[in-house]
Design a protein around this ligand. Structure first.
Ligand code: NAD
Length: 257
């Protein structure tokens, strides 16, 4: 069996992914704020480093795959920290344990929100690895409801760009590690529960996230793709953000490939 580290394993997509993997006999080390093998706060540099170290230790020093799901969608600066640095710094910290595997793989969860308008200054600060500046920009954005809702898409645009930038480098491709992302459309999880509970919330969501194929999805649709991307079978898919969104990406972006 393979050893997987799954962040955000206490809820939603991460929880479902961890469950499917353990049902298949794989070893799973869950990371989340609480309720998992490793308790850690991925919103802080110390929390990320500590969680990565503890997960690698529990794995016995060798990790076969990391699936990073932990994320937030609240219109606050914390969302930028968890969604971007909570993935990038955690992955960088655990990378040495991946290099000891015979078939190391990484997949993370981006979002169809990468396609929505962003604040380029926030995306740039994130990609520059400058958390203080990113938090300063996000704090100003959070003061106005119109820009507050752009923190989430900006964090997801940045993470998908990070995947493209990093995937071909020595740290990932050079170490034999495929690095990819999945971009879901609307997934029915605790994150979207409140939004989808009202007629008005559903109408607004569907206006922003058109899903002509099969509409809203359960977390297992995303879990299965994350599991394939981190399986031994995936030897050549690298740097991609794969939209699993019932067609949202093609509706919004048209025929551009
Ligand atoms: P969820 O809220 O059910 O699960 C997210 C998990 O992340 C929770 O268990 C939470 O405790 C954990 N988390 C949050 N902050 C953390 C922190 N500081 N440290 C450690 N763990 C933390 O949500 P979900 O829908 O399963 O979302 C999983 C991922 O999918 C997220 O990255 C989200 O942005 C993305 N996504 C979700 C949807 C959707 O419609 N639900 C759509 C596109 C992308």
């Amino acid at each position: 069996s393979r050893t997987y580290v799954v962040t955000g394993a206490a809820s939603g997509i991460g929880r479902t992914t961890a469950q499917i993997l353990s049902d298949r006999g794989e070893r799973v080390i869950g990371v989340d704020l609480k309720g998992t093998d490793v308790s850690g706060d991925l919103s802080t540099p110390e929390g990320r480093a500590g969680a990565a170290e503890e997960a690698a230790r529990l794995a016995g020093g060798t990790v076969d795959a990391v699936i990073a799901c932990a994320g937030l969608s609240i219109p606050k600066p914390l969302t930028a920290s968890v969604n971007y640095f909570g993935m990038t710094e955690f992955l960088e910290a655990i990378q040495p344990a991946l290099t000891r595997s015979e078939a190391p793989r990484v997949a993370l969860v981006s979002s169809m929100a990468t396609l929505q308008p962003v604040v380029p200054a926030l995306v740039d600060a994130l990609l520059a690895g400058d958390e203080p500046t990113a938090l300063e920009i996000a704090t100003r954005m959070a003061e106005d409801s119109r820009t507050a809702n752009v923190i989430y898409p900006s964090s997801k645009r940045a993470i998908s760009r990070w995947v493209r930038r990093e995937a071909p480098t020595g740290r990932w491709a050079g170490a034999g590690i495929p690095l990819n992302a999945v971009a879901p459309g609307t997934v029915v999880t605790p994150m979207t529960k409140e939004l989808l509970a009202s007629e008005e919330g559903r109408a607004m969501t569907d206006a922003y996230v058109p899903m002509p194929l099969n509409s809203h999805q359960g977390p297992e649709t995303i879990a299965h793709l994350l599991i394939w991307l981190t399986s031994v079978e995936n030897s050549h898919c690298a740097g991609q953000t794969i939209y699993c969104d019932g067609g949202t990406d093609v509706v919004l972006r048209g025929e551009d490939v």
